[in-house]
Write a protein that binds this ligand. Sequence first.
Ligand code: PLP
Length: 356
Amino acid sequence: MKEARQAALTALHALDKEPLGFYPTPLHRLAKLSEMTGVEIWIKREDFSGVSLFGGNKIRKLEYLLAQAKREGCDTVFTYGATQSNHAMQTAVAARRCGMTPVLWLGAIVEPKAEDIRANLLLDTILGAEIHILTSIGSTKETMAANKPLFAARIAELEAEGHKIFDVPIGGSLPRGAAGFAECWIELMQQCEDAGFTPDTVFCGTGSGGTLAGLAAGKTMSMDTGVALQAFTVGKKDLATYGAGVRDLARAVIVLTGRSYALADDAFAIGDVSGPGYEKPHKEANDDIRLLARTEGLFADSVYSGKAFHGMMDMIRSGAVKRGSRVVFLHTGGATALFSEAEIVGDLAAPSFVHH
Ligand SMILES: *Cc1c(COP(=O)(O)O)cnc(C)c1O
């Protein structure tokens, strides 16, 4: 392993971590899509993180976050998200693995139907998480900000009963959580090297920003300046402000590991693939979800990975990604959303069968 990469990995491994997933996640080539586009497309399977079929990118973050919770003697984990949050579900899974009780505060961007509980909310229910549904007043962030007194009251009750609460913010995007994706970057670059290539660009979706920030930190610490990192936001955002926040988080990851690299101006770029908005189906992204399934037999979802995949495919089709180049798409998971409400999956669920 090259020296800078080894040094970055050593610094990351000085942080305590609770093993939760199955790593390294696979990296493989998409032969049909590569042939079709003239771009060599590889995919890194963070959707295969484990610990069950329903893994995803939050597991790497939770390995670092819940190690801290354990060290601090916490027995209860609070987290926040939309009712169909992958992050909330994966946090509930990780909490159970660590012997802790998950408490979920979920904003109803899409109102769940009591008689037809689906997808992540169904898994949260099976996991026996303490589930609180909050009427949505806009973005999940806004809904959570408005309900702070409710969280404080529940914390006071639980503490009075002798419980100790560990708080995981939306997406787990603290420096400790994002550190998991600095590690992912190093893992990916090593896999590419072992497969005999250096990617021109790594693509991923971005929401709370921890995945992107961690990747950017890993890229900086291992001095992989020649590899572009292109993210796509799945929620409407002011990209300048959002990008500045991701940069701050990436710097905080570097500081956390005791290193002092400056983040390059072009450490990453962000495009917008949110379409009609978070958890709202995007017509062209759904076309690319069908394309991925019908060429490679792989599933991406309509909230995150499908929109991000669409962002990459658009750059390939427009020529922004040159023919002959090599790219990696980071599949961050989220397939459970394919089984969520019709409002979320949109025309993916349009009936297409012959009934006899
Ligand atoms: C949370 C999530 C993302 C975004 O990751 P962040 O670290 O929150 O930016 C991308 N894809 C899926 C499937 C997710 O669940």
